[in-house]
Design a protein around this ligand. Structure first.
Ligand code: BDR
Ligand code: CA
Length: 324
């Protein structure tokens, strides 16, 4: 059983990642740390608590992290997730449980210290908290067993031609993390997540399954899909963060490649992750594995059967149709 900490800025796709890991029997979620990103720190923290309530997992502690970025400024938000980060459904906070005492950075450092080499860290927001933990404790990097992050791109970005949102939000923090010397760092960037689209057929399946979780995911993805259509002319939206979460449950969803990754912290390409695959640049020391090809059918089967185990047969049929 893997111990996991999730550093997150929910966020519609973050929400699905949290629900996936909450439903999985293969991981123990040690805690959730929040970071301002898709929306403000207060809002993402409220959202994390709301999601845990829905998942029936209010036993998991939520720790507030950084509101702004290490790169200066107040932090940068996006519109893809609605003003409340959960698709503007007008949800009022239902959780009676608040965030825990203590900061995200202290929680990250102490939990990694308590279980050296055993902790997986899933980072699916700007890397501000993770970089702060790296700087706060010289042993943090060696105490973490593996870090899987959603961020960056080998090809085009989504905020600028060069930069993906999480790296663009705090390039200085991303630079600290890639230079930190983690033994096992997996980057799931846009090149991978652009291969895992939530199709209209799978959204319809969510509606037909008609459980509290499927209804919720169907509802929050409405504005997400509308945004993807308006921006990219597609009827399907990318599920960035759940795909990164899937790496913890089934790394065989991906082919990954060793690479040297550097982050541009200023100028036109600010937030760009420069990926030099070891096969092309063997003289550069690899500091990451970068996700390449994705088996979208395997990913959606994992996601949906973990969330809705009673509907496995139906899910297998629909996924085979949607991702053949
Ligand atoms: C990343 O940015 C956020 O909007 C998503 O939650 C994801 O973590 C994709 O670029
Ligand atoms: Ca996110």
């Amino acid at each position: 059983m893997k111990r996991v900490i999730i550093d997150t800025d929910p966020g519609i796709d973050d929400t699905i990642a949290l629900l996936l890991l909450c439903a999985s029997d293969d991981v123990v979620i040690e805690g959730i740390t929040t970071v301002g990103g898709n929306v403000s720190l207060d809002q993402v923290t409220r959202n994390a608590l709301t999601i845990l309530e829905l998942a029936g997992r209010t036993d998991i502690g939520v720790y507030r992290g950084a509101a702004g970025s290490m790169s200066g400024g107040e932090g940068r938000h996006v519109f893809a997730h609605g003003e409340d980060g959960l698709g503007n459904l007008g949800l009022s906070p239902t959780s009676a449980v608040g965030a825990r005492e203590g900061s995200a950075v202290d929680f990250l450092v102490e939990s990694a210290r308590e279980h050296p080499g055993e902790m997986s860290l899933l980072a699916i927001g700007p890397l501000t908290n993770v970089a702060a933990a790296v700087l706060a404790d010289p042993a943090f990097v060696s105490n973490i067993g593996q870090i899987v992050l959603m961020g960056g791109a080998e090809g085009a970005g989504n905020m600028t031609p060069s930069a993906e949102f999480n790296a663009w939000s705090d390039p200085v923090a991303a630079d600290v993390v890639f230079r930190a010397g983690f033994d096992r760092l997996v980057m799931v960037g846009l090149d991978a997540t652009r291969q895992a689209h939530l199709t209209p057929g799978v959204r319809e399946l969510l509606r037909q399954l008609d459980t509290p979780v499927s209804r919720f995911v169907h509802a929050i993805t409405r504005s997400y899909v509308d945004f993807a259509f308006a921006e990219q002319g597609r009827l399907a939206a990318e599920l960035h963060d759940p795909l990164a979460a899937a790496y913890l449950l089934d790394p065989a969803v991906f082919v990954s490649h060793p690479a040297n990754v550097e982050v541009c912290t200023e100028g036109l390409c600010q937030g760009r992750t420069v990926v030099a695959r070891s096969s092309d640049f063997p003289h550069l020391t690899p500091n990451a594995r970068v996700a390449g090809e994705v088996d979208a059918g395997r990913f959606f089967t994992l996601l949906l059967t973990t969330l809705f185990p009673d509907a496995s047969e139906l899910i297998t049929r629909v996924v085979a149709h949607e991702y053949r």
